[in-house]
Design a protein around this ligand. Structure first.
Ligand code: CMC
Length: 438
């Protein structure tokens, strides 16, 4: 959200006058950056023993929990910018590591800065050998996202120095380690589930290429990723890198606000991402396309959705109410990928679902459009990733955003441990009756 009027921009004279009809008292509440401070409402009381007015905002539909300079979204206009740069330009002109640097440092790197940044991340791609034993402890059919979440948390036990979150050096080291090691853990989770040996990182490959190598290398001495496919994966990482205060990023900030170490906070963020309404949605899209089965079944499926029997996964967004700019880029990307891999037959079902939904009153009225996940799963599948890996891929891209938001939260002078209020509607005080008399 950005200030919309001159008064809001300068933050000078704007205020809100509130009349409390219970008492007749009038309050002048300052408006700054298009917001009022919820704590300013606390002075609005009916008497001395009144706690004061609070706002009630389940799911934070209209509450800004922080000030941020990282990502700007205008959901009505379909705008997404990282540090002021439009997502379309970043996807076209930058690599994921450049974008990660941008998110964390506020500016795009120079050539020398990028080289140093890339080297620092690349020299942290290896994980302790004990992580392999840790992975081996999982059941053969463990979901890779569950393994990934646990493995990220386990990293905190290898790097206890990360607890010193007030040290800029430790924060930087953790940033290198988390961005560097996340693909290694993700690939290990996949290899474990397929019973394949773990593949060590190849630090001569770029970020996405090395990940593809750790995923899919078999007996060849050197894995050479297809450049179009590696580039597509890199772009997908960019598109997922940050999305301001979404569920997982809020988890990162909330958990991080207790000053826990960043591995534990990132693990919590990944856990939030696992859910089907967030990072698990692309997995659900593929399952949905399988369930629909063919384009002839599309009308019947849309009818089911409209009758409340399930959702059209990959459609709708809390913020975007017109179009999701990431979805537009992904649709183009899909064409490039399918030129190399051959067309994913499920694409036709997806296109037909989109076509019918976009002209149906139910979806139009509720402003439901394809989101980033509607087509990303089809690309992932064309790249040979199994459906279970989709949320893990989302987490790899989002890791840089989580870290940027975590760092911003830590350095924010207004930071405090996150502690929402509640509206208590339970029983009044009552006395315990002994078990024998109940
Ligand atoms: N299919 C059918 N109906 C829907 C859908 C959908 N995908 N999404 C929302 N609706 C309906 C919903 O039933 C409600 O209708 P009514 O007013 O009659 O009760 C109305 O639209 C508003 O829905 P809501 O759940 O209040 O909206 P929200 O802003 O809380 O939810 C959402 C946003 C993304 C959770 C939701 O649109 C959804 O569940 N979409 C499918 C899951 C999905 O694709 N998630 C990925 C989001 S993008 C990736 C990310 O950033 O995490």
């Amino acid at each position: 959200m950005q200030p919309s009027t001159e008064a809001q921009k300068t933050g000078t004279t704007a205020s809100l006058t509130i009349t409390d009809n219970r008492t007749g008292k009038v309050y002048d509440i300052p408006i700054e950056n298009g917001t009022i401070k919820a704590i300013d409402l606390r002075q609005i009381k009916t008497g001395n023993d009144d706690f004061g007015l609070m706002t009630y905002d389940p799911a934070f539909l209209n509450t800004a929990a922080c000030k941020s300079t990282i990502t700007f979204i205008d959901g009505e206009k379909g705008i997404l910018r990282y540090r002021g740069y439009p997502i379309e330009q970043l996807a076209e002109k930058c690599s994921y590591l450049e974008v990660a640097y941008l998110l964390l440092n506020g500016e795009l790197p120079t050539k020398a800065q990028l080289e140093e940044w890339t080297t620092s991340i690349t020299t942290h791609t290896f994980v302790h050998e004990n992580m392999k034993k840790f992975m081996d402890g999982f059941h053969y059919d463990a979901h890779p996202m569950g393994m990934f979440i646990s493995a990220v948390a386990a990293l905190s036990t290898f790097y206890p120095g990360a607890k010193r979150i007030d040290s800029a050096f430790e924060r930087q080291l953790t940033t290198y380690r988390l961005i560097g090691k996340a693909p290694t853990l993700a690939a290990y989770a996949y290899r474990h589930s397929t019973g394949m040996p773990y593949v060590l990182p190849d630090n001569d490959l770029d970020y996405a290429g090395n990940f593809l190598s750790m995923m899919f290398k078999i007996a060849e001495p050197r894995y050479s990723p297809d450049p179009v496919l590696a580039k597509a994966l890199d772009v997908l990482f960019i598109l997922h890198a940050d999305h301001e205060q979404n569920c997982s990023t809020s988890a990162m900030r909330n958990v991080g606000s207790s000053l826990t170490d960043p591995y534990s906070a990132a693990s919590a963020a990944a856990a939030a991402l696992y859910g089907p309404l967030h990072g698990g949605a692309n997995e659900e899209v593929l399952r949905m396309l399988d369930h629909v089965g063919g384009i002839n079944n599309v009308p019947a499926f849309i009818k089911e959705v409209k009758e409340g029997r399930g959702r059209l996964m990959g459609f709708g967004h809390r913020i975007y109410k017109n179009f999701d700019p990431r979805a537009t880029i992904i649709k183009r990307l899909a064409d490039q990928v399918f030129e190399v891999t051959g067309r994913n037959p499920k694409l036709d079902i997806a296109l037909e679902l989109e076509r019918i939904a976009l002209q149906d009153d139910y979806f139009i009225k509720r402003k439901l459009y394809p989101n980033v996940d509607f087509y990303s799963g089809l690309i992932y599948q064309a790249l040979r990733f199994p459906t279970d890996m989709f949320p893990v891929l989302f987490a790899l891209g989002r890791m840089s955003g989580w870290l940027a938001q975590w760092q911003e939260m830590l350095l924010d002078e207004e930071k405090k441990i996150a502690r929402p209020r509640q509206v208590y509607l339970g029983k009044e005080k009552r006395d315990v009756v002994m078990l024998s008399q109940r």
